[in-house]
Design a protein around this ligand. Structure first.
Ligand code: S3P
Length: 463
């Protein structure tokens, strides 16, 4: 098929920039936005959402609930979902397309486990490669049928049970998506569904389900957390204010920290303890960042993050911290490239099954920009070029349809000797459509001359 101009890849190059300055607000949290729409669809009455992330991933979830009979409207800046009640969604007439979004499709699988109709689930090339067995396996225990039988990647069709079984499930991987899918199935099941997790993962599902009226208990049993939900619950629509996404703010904060003379503030950012591992790590590296104006909003801790340029030192990031910063490793690796000494990141197995194999993509991006790094099993080690030197840059980074790889390496290019080119920036729209504008507004130069892929490999000499 012939490509239109709009569907052509859009390479961009980031160039060493002078100080970044200003106060900005990044778009709403992606995890909370998906949940607000989904739980709104399962509630009775209206759910009014302020600050919803209007990015492709979340809009695909909105389209999916609409296709199953929930009414979704936008009035001024507020989104309103008129729900159908728990178990009340209708059979979709066409395949549900989740684009690039693992969260959207996996949480929806949990919802569909409580609906006895067939729904075909599809996604883009990246999503179609990602493992769905981790969610389907426990849902099959509740009675979900999957066709083709044994299929573990999209496209596939699911059909929930009329009365799904309540189960007790210990998470084999630390994944909030799997935890959420099982709890959502449990919402529809008679009796108590329990998820056991050994490593804490983001807890937005637990917080928001309670806020919508579900009976949910969280108990500590040795080193395990047991989350139990009473099934056949009634949810009632609630107002939701979505705070800014700490995973999006991470790129701006990283940019300020590695760019000389910078001083920025990112406002109203979600500071839930299960999401701020990146910021803790930056502080351990010596970054001049602070949380200001901390408060509770809509049941979640939020605050402003002030970040100034800093002299950084490499650290060891423990594996136990991985779930609280899982989406931030690519940008942390780019920050580590600007630090002095070695940064060692342990326990990165889950990075291999994100929108791309992020461990491989991050390592390749660093290498193409002349930055020494080693992948050894689930560990990434990056040797920084600081404190006096800068990373060479000059590389061509393949993003593999991964928004966070694109944004991480554009951020790196603000502090390298030579521009850093990323092969395609269109995918940034899946999570952070205003990234280029916000960064440029702070003073970042993202309009360098992209280099061609053939000049890549060694880095540092591509221009
Ligand atoms: C998410 C959970 C994480 C994260 C993703 C959003 C969520 O995935 O990487 O971007 O909203 O539940 P896993 O739960 O698979 O680790």
């Amino acid at each position: 098929m012939q490509q239109t101009t709009e569907s052509m890849p859009q390479p961009k190059a980031a160039t060493r920039s002078r100080s970044l300055e200003g106060h900005v607000t990044v778009p709403g949290d992606k995890s909370i936005s998906h949940r607000a729409l989904l739980f709104g669809a399962l509630a009775t009455g209206g759910t009014k959402i302020n600050g919803l992330l209007e990015a492709e991933d979340v809009l695909n979830t909105a389209h999916a609930i609409e296709a199953m009979g929930a009414r979704v409207e936008k009035s001024n800046d507020q989104w309103i979902v008129m729900g159908r009640g728990v178990g009340g969604l209708a059979e979709p007439k066409a395949p549900l397309d989740f684009g690039n979004s693992g969260t959207g499709v996996r949480l929806m699988m949990g919802v569909l486990a409580g609906h006895s109709f067939g729904a075909e689930l599809i996604g883009d090339a990246s999503l179609s490669r990602r493992p769905m067995g981790r969610v389907l396996n426990p849902l099959i225990e509740t009675g979900l049928e999957v066709t083709p039988h044994g299929q573990k990647t999209l496209p596939l069709t699911v059909r929930g049970a009329a009365a799904p079984l309540p189960i007790r499930y210990e998470l084999p991987v630390p994944s909030a998506q799997v935890k959420s899918a099982v709890l959502l199935a449990g919402l529809h099941a008679p009796g108590v569904t329990t998820v056991v997790e050994r490593e804490p993962t983001r807890d937005h599902t637990e917080r928001m389900l309670r806020y919508f009226g579900a009976e949910l208990s969280v108990t500590q049993n040795g080193d395990a957390t047991e989350i139990s939900i009473n099934g056949e619950a009634e949810l009632t629509g609630q107002p939701v204010d979505v705070p800014a996404d700490p995973s999006s703010a991470a790129f701006l904060v990283a940019a300020a920290v590695i760019t000389e003379g910078s001083d920025i503030t990112v406002e109203n950012v979600l500071l839930n303890p299960t999401r701020i591992g990146f910021y803790l790590t930056l502080k351990e590296m010596g970054a001049d960042i602070s949380f200001e104006n901390e408060r509770l909003a809509g049941g979640e801790p939020v605050g402003d993050i002030r970040a100034r340029s800093s002299k950084l030192t490499g650290v060891e990031v423990p594996a136990a911290r991985a779930p609280s910063m899982i989406d931030e490793y690519p940008v942390l690796a780019c920050v580590a490239a600007c630090a002095s000494g070695v940064t060692t990141m342990l326990g990165l197995a889950e990075l291999k099954v994100k929108e791309s194999d992020r461990l491989a993509a991050t390592s390749a991006g660093l290498t193409s920009n002349g930055i020494a790094n080693v992948v050894d099993g689930d560990t990434l080690t990056v040797t920084g070029c600081g404190p006096e030197g800068r990373p060479p840059g000059g590389g061509f980074v393949e993003t593999h349809l991964d928004h966070r790889i694109a944004m991480a390496f554009l951020t790196l290019g603000l502090a390298t000797d030579n521009p850093v080119t990323v092969d395609d920036t269109r995918v940034i729209a899946t999570s952070f459509p205003t990234f280029m504008d916000l960064m440029s507004g702070l003073g970042a130069n993202l309009n360098g001359q992209p280099i061609a892929p053939s000049v890549t490999s060694s880095g540092g000499n591509g221009i």
